[in-house]
Design a protein around this ligand. Sequence first.
Ligand SMILES: NC(=O)C1=CN([C@@H]2O[C@H](COP(=O)(O)OP(=O)(O)OC[C@H]3O[C@@H](n4cnc5c(N)ncnc54)[C@H](O)[C@@H]3O)[C@@H](O)[C@H]2O)C=CC1
Ligand SMILES: O=C(O)[C@@H]1CCC=N1
Length: 254
Amino acid sequence: MKLTLIGNGVMAQSLAKGLIKNHEVEIIGRDENKLKTIQEKIPGITIKILDDNEDITDKNILFCVKPYALHSVSARLSGKANMLFSILAGTTLDTLKKQIEAKHYVRTMPNVAASVQFSTTTITGDKEAKTTAVEIFSSIGKAIWVNTENQLDIATAIAGSGPAYLALIAEALADGGVKAGLERHTCYELVQGLMEGTSKLLKSNHPAIIKDSVMSPGGTTAAGVSQLEEGAVRDSMIKAVNKAYEKACELGKK
Ligand SMILES: NC(=O)C1=CN([C@@H]2O[C@H](COP(=O)(O)OP(=O)(O)OC[C@H]3O[C@@H](n4cnc5c(N)ncnc54)[C@H](O)[C@@H]3O)[C@@H](O)[C@H]2O)C=CC1
Ligand SMILES: O=C(O)[C@@H]1CCC=N1
């Protein structure tokens, strides 16, 4: 299937890198230099500068611009697309329908791990497009269909923004090791392995069981965990997800 990405930013590039393995991919953007660099980095991709009257008739569009750019970019599009897959945080199906013509509308929330085919993507929208949407996003990781846009906004706060939270934790853990005297490259190697191993365990174990199994009475983990509790790490995580969800709702009202 041919997919046309509109936007040449971070997320469009992450998606293009992953999707090119199984699809024909075209990327339309406003920055010629960036497009040329993308073509060098992703062999096989087609690049195109966004016209003032960009014909999207019958195309399958992945809309990848910032939410605030929706109006200005959609004003430059003409014709009726086949499927419109939006990745815009918060932006509702109703808003998309008012701005861009398409036969089917789908909201998706992938993440940057799309570039390594490990995105966790939440999807909702026209039921007629469900099979195709799940197929496309399964080719770049895990695809989860939800029934409401509210669920997608909550998922945005976990898996869309989530790589930033986990990267922040990874960096902080490494900083802790450096403070204690271990070389930084070794700390990053440890953290990378730790994240990968824990992710594998999480596939078949409840988080509380993993935590309990590591925490020996009077041991190192109990000492570390009690410090995390003092820093209100759990509470901060819960609040972070809720703040991000509120922001997605706020973006949807603009
Ligand atoms: N960065 C991430 O991890 C994720 C981002 N998203 C969503 O993806 C979308 C894009 O985000 P990023 O790639 O991070 O942003 P970015 O700033 O890297 O890319 C935005 C793109 O929009 C284009 N653009 C902006 N205004 C334009 C205009 N007036 N005319 C033509 N092109 C215009 C820019 O040139 C750029 O190609 C956002 O809507 C965001 O909510 C969704 C999931 C994850
Ligand atoms: O920060 C944002 O708004 C976008 C949506 C999810 C990840 N990045």
